[in-house]
Design a protein around this ligand. Structure first.
Ligand code: 6SG
Length: 267
């Protein structure tokens, strides 16, 4: 069992234990409370929230994410993983590599992201979000809350599809009209959040739909900085989620920040 230090400028650290999983769990725990936790890939650091400290990782991270080097449909997923201190191995697929075609052929629906949790292989970003939400307590407290969270996430998906269509198909011709129409798309969320006692979309705790909406709202702030100006509940919501310590650390992390939002360079 190995925990590796992969920062070149740190003396190589290999912590070896022989008594298996329990010891590793304790080490991982000690890493978390000892401020050493980061998000990991085997080939590069995805996010080291404490750059002054060596980043350690467990060679068998439970999750693997395969996607393009963009935030795209994986921003919310990275947020929910970070907020739950979940490490993952990241395989980045370049456009050139994707264009060769063999990777596309190996994906169930011919698209990325692909997410692996042990032997489970998932495609479809919203199914992946649900899976991680279910496993990490971000899918409501009961069936009714789960159904409401599904409803919210479907509404976020409708909104994301409009955004993607504008970005990829009509950025030059349609951006202005899109921004003008934005309050109409955002009003339902403003109304829901203005009535929410917890400040989250459903119930009294954050859910995968919140990370998804938050991610999309951040994209809209980049698209049009005044997009939330007339929507106080949404503005407060974004500020509150952005201030969660592990989300804040992710948003400030160079490896996350440097990813373009979309695959065509428009934002
Ligand atoms: C695109 O749309 O970046 N996946 C994308 N594109 C490649 O050949 N319903 C599912 C889901 O929620 C949608 C998946 C999503 O998971 S992500 C995909 O796999 C394909 O269809 C957004 C993104 N697009 C731009 C991009 C750069 C390199 C690969 C994709 C441009 C398009 C294809 C090659 C160059 Fe490209």
């Amino acid at each position: 069992m190995l925990l590796h230090n992969h920062l070149d400028h740190w003396p190589a650290t290999y912590l070896t234990t022989e008594s298996g999983k329990d010891n590793i769990s304790r080490n991982i725990l000690r890493m978390s409370s000892g401020r050493l936790l980061g998000l990991w890939s085997s080939s590069r650091i995805v996010c080291n929230t404490q750059p002054s400290l060596p980043t350690l990782f467990y060679t068998m991270a439970p999750y693997t994410l395969t996607y393009f080097p963009v935030k795209g449909r994986c921003g919310a997923l990275k947020m929910i993983l970070a907020d739950n201190e979940q490490q993952f191995k990241e395989n980045l697929v370049s456009i050139d590599d994707w264009m060769k075609g063999d990777k596309k052929g190996s994906c169930l629906f011919g698209q990325l992201p692909k997410f692996e949790d042990g032997d489970l292989v998932l495609f479809q970003s919203n199914a992946i979000l649900r899976h991680v939400g279910r496993k990490h307590g971000a899918y409501g407290k009961n069936d009714c809350e789960a159904s409401l969270i599904d409803m919210m996430n479907d509404a976020v998906e409708d909104f994301r599809l409009k955004y993607i269509k504008m970005i990829y198909q009509e950025y030059e011709t349609g951006k202005e009209a899109y921004c003008k129409d934005l309050p109409n798309h955002l009003k339902p969320f403003e109304s829901i959040l203005s009535k929410s006692k917890s400040g989250f979309l459903v119930g009294d705790q954050i859910s995968f739909a919140d990370y998804n909406l938050f991610d999309l709202l951040l994209n809209h702030k980049v698209l049009y900085s005044a997009s939330l100006d007339s929507l106080p509940a949404l503005k407060g919501y974004v500020d509150k989620i952005a201030a969660r310590p592990k989300i804040k650390a992710l948003l400030e992390c160079e490896n996350f920040k440097k990813l373009p939002i979309n695959g065509n360079g428009k934002q």
